[in-house]
Design a protein around this ligand. Sequence first.
Ligand code: NAI
Ligand code: 13P
Length: 329
Amino acid sequence: MQTIGVLGAGAWGTALAATATKAGRDVRVWALEAEVAEALSAGKGNPVFLPDIELPKMQASSDMSILADCEAILSVVPAQHARACFNQLNQYLTPGVPVLLCSKGIEKNTLSLMTDVVHETMPKATPAVLSGPSFAADVARGLPTAVTLACADEKLGQTLMKAIGRSAFRPYWSNDLIGAEIGGAVKNVLAIACGIVEGLELGKSAHAALISRGFAEMTRLAVAMGAQQQTLAGLCGLGDLVLTCSSPQSRNMSFGMALGQGRSAQDILAERNSVTEGVATAPALTELAAREGVAMPICQAVHEILAGQKNVDEAMTALLNRPFKHEGF
Ligand SMILES: NC(=O)C1=CN([C@@H]2O[C@H](COP(=O)(O)OP(=O)(O)OC[C@H]3O[C@@H](n4cnc5c(N)ncnc54)[C@H](O)[C@@H]3O)[C@@H](O)[C@H]2O)C=CC1
Ligand SMILES: O=C(CO)COP(=O)(O)O
């Protein structure tokens, strides 16, 4: 597998394209913004989404036909834009081509996971999922990490791992696509909650308790949707949850911190050109949890705050006054 297409040149798409280039692949990048495509093609990095990081030169275009006939595609567009992009991408795919889903979110209104969106828009494609603790800036700088690569077919999974893996970027194979997707989507909402706890200065004990109970919520939903419990204990679940809930480098966590400090969601988002996936995923997740009959009180509290149904203090008081119960998932 030599020719790798990357759909989306935000921070993460760019970091993954750089990684695959360093791994020796022939990489082709589709960027929505012509200025990003021009800068990447000229070897000037990505001044819009990953400024001040030196990157290898790569072929890039804002014309999606650049992805025609690639042997694998990495999809790295924000979850809420995936369907529109896939509708356009479909015409350029060869039958059976693997599409490795690298974005972390659930589609609003339809409640579709990214694999569902692939099945509905690109029936020729074979979906796989890449998820785990991986800040784009760290990966683009060549700092080490490990991620989950979920693919139903182990042989294809191994081929994808060899194509994009390096010593500093270590994929581990799993056959559990649903577990990998749910882990990545839910941790973003939980990171907002952790940020709120930090912004309210409720202390590190509250922070750790929230991560642990959040992990129980994530696992409950994933298992109800057919995932294996152990997947959530891996890189794409606990690994990414710990990373994203621990550092203001996370957009979701820093968004939550600003909310906890009293700023409005609208004001915080207006200052950003980057995506904060947990904001759109929170309402979808709340609906999905209700559909599956799974209790997700922390994620629901984030949704209620974002929907203006409760302020942060009211949401926190409601969480702290839930009935005492058995621990466990
Ligand atoms: N940045 C990171 O550290 C990581 C991000 N991810 C995930 O990767 C996905 C992409 O995030 P980032 O690369 O960070 O994005 P970003 O926040 O750096 O950039 C925003 C991206 O959204 C794209 N965009 C905006 N409007 C669009 C539209 N109408 N159609 C298609 N694309 C549009 C922009 O072109 C750009 O690529 C998200 O789901 C995120 O959760 C996953 C792992 C790490
Ligand atoms: O998914 C990520 C790290 O694994 C990035 O998290 P944020 O989108 O919150 O920055």
